[in-house]
Design a binder for this molecule. Structure first.
Ligand code: OGA
Ligand code: NI
Length: 337
């Protein structure tokens, strides 16, 4: 039996009420867990001329929020525009054509078109379809899993996705250097702990169709990313919320800003000095929301644990040491780490 796609369901005319598998338990529903008013997330400009201030801003945001918006990062707005266009064109294809790329996470095949990624104990389904593929390094890319349509998706690999990839790697370097300095470590430490030039980038395009009862559903349920960093952009529809001081804080759309999430691997390497941000996304009654998340991850064989300079007898290691492959296996299967 094929997987029921959210997009198909959302656009079937009769759908006025949310099917039961999407209705969240009462204590998870957006209508009962509204975001706090008047709190805004940190916005950090990479053009801050005073390096030590930039380091401090990044380190504070990473330790207090695990999240910040990055502006003046040097990525041209047209690149975001092209990225959005090809993503939208893919999801606008006939369903049958998209199904040719269907993935199969239960058999370890994550790349391609999908609807559900991790196991969910309550078997509740998230209101999102996605497309997922590895973007870097080129030796790990499976181009045959990438959309043939729009043709620009693969062809643009030579031009625009390649350019986007380059920019994501540049920002990864820059942010990891700032984060290393914020821990009083040598600049290259975090990057080398994550596999250096073997660091991988994964692209996940999230497509959240309009939802008949958004107050009862979630786009993605509360989670932390298992990556080291996640660099995300969205279309102009807001929906992301992050958990801070026991409350949800809504992240408003900010044009051309990159939403930087600290993920689990940086929390572990920093021995908890940086927080892996708990976040979720809400859906919308009228508007389709889309987001493009780039997960910065170590290769599977890299061993990740708290860095020795960051623990001692008084401040012992807070996390176990394991390969990223083991970590990933536990996370996907909701096993203790
Ligand atoms: C994710 C995620 C949030 C968003 O894909 O891991 O958290 O804003 N997405 O789409
Ligand atoms: Ni996430």
């Amino acid at each position: 039996m094929g997987v029921e796609r959210i997009q198909t369901l959302a656009f079937s005319n009769q759908l006025k009420e949310l099917p039961p598998q999407f209705i969240r338990p009462v204590n998870e529903r957006p209508e009962n867990t509204k975001a706090v008013e008047g709190v805004t997330v940190p916005v950090i400009s990479l053009s801050q001329p005073h390096h030590h201030l930039l380091v401090r801003e990044v380190a504070e945001a990473a330790s207090q929020w695990g999240f910040f918006l990055l502006t003046n990062h040097g990525i041209s707005p047209w690149l975001f525009k092209l990225l959005q266009e090809v993503g939208e064109q893919f999801f606008a294809l006939p369903q049958k054509e998209k199904e040719a790329y269907a993935n199969d996470p239960s058999n370890g095949n994550f790349e391609g078109y999908g609807t559900k990624m991790t196991k969910n104990l309550e078997e509740k389904v998230e209101w999102v379809d996605y497309f997922f593929h590895i973007m870097a390094p080129s030796s790990k890319v499976n181009y045959d899993k990438w959309p043939k349509n729009p043709p620009s998706y693969r062809n643009f690999n030579l031009y625009f996705l390649k350019e986007y990839n380059k920019e994501m790697l540049r920002l990864t370097n820059e942010v990891l250097e700032l984060l290393s300095e914020g821990l009083e470590l040598e600049k290259k430490t975090l990057k080398s702990s994550l596999g250096d030039e073997k660091i991988e980038l994964e692209m996940k395009i999230n497509m959240y169709p309009p939802c008949p009862q958004p107050e009862l559903a979630l786009g993605v349920e509360p989670h932390t990313d298992m990556s080291a960093l996640t660099l995300l952009v969205s279309n102009e529809v807001s929906g992301l919320q992050i958990w801070k001081d026991n409350k949800w804080v809504a992240v408003d759309y900010l044009q051309n800003a990159i939403f930087v999430h600290i993920g689990d691997q940086l929390e572990i390497l920093s021995n908890g000095k940086y927080k892996s941000v708990l976040h979720r996304s809400l859906v919308n009654k009228e508007c389709k929301r889309m987001s493009w998340a780039v997960f910065v991850v170590p290769p599977h064989e890299v061993v990740i644990g708290p860095l020795p300079p960051l623990f001692n007898d008084h401040d012992p290691p807070k996390f176990s040491i394991k390969t990223y492959a083991e970590y990933r296996h536990c996370k996907f299967n909701k096993l203790p780490q």
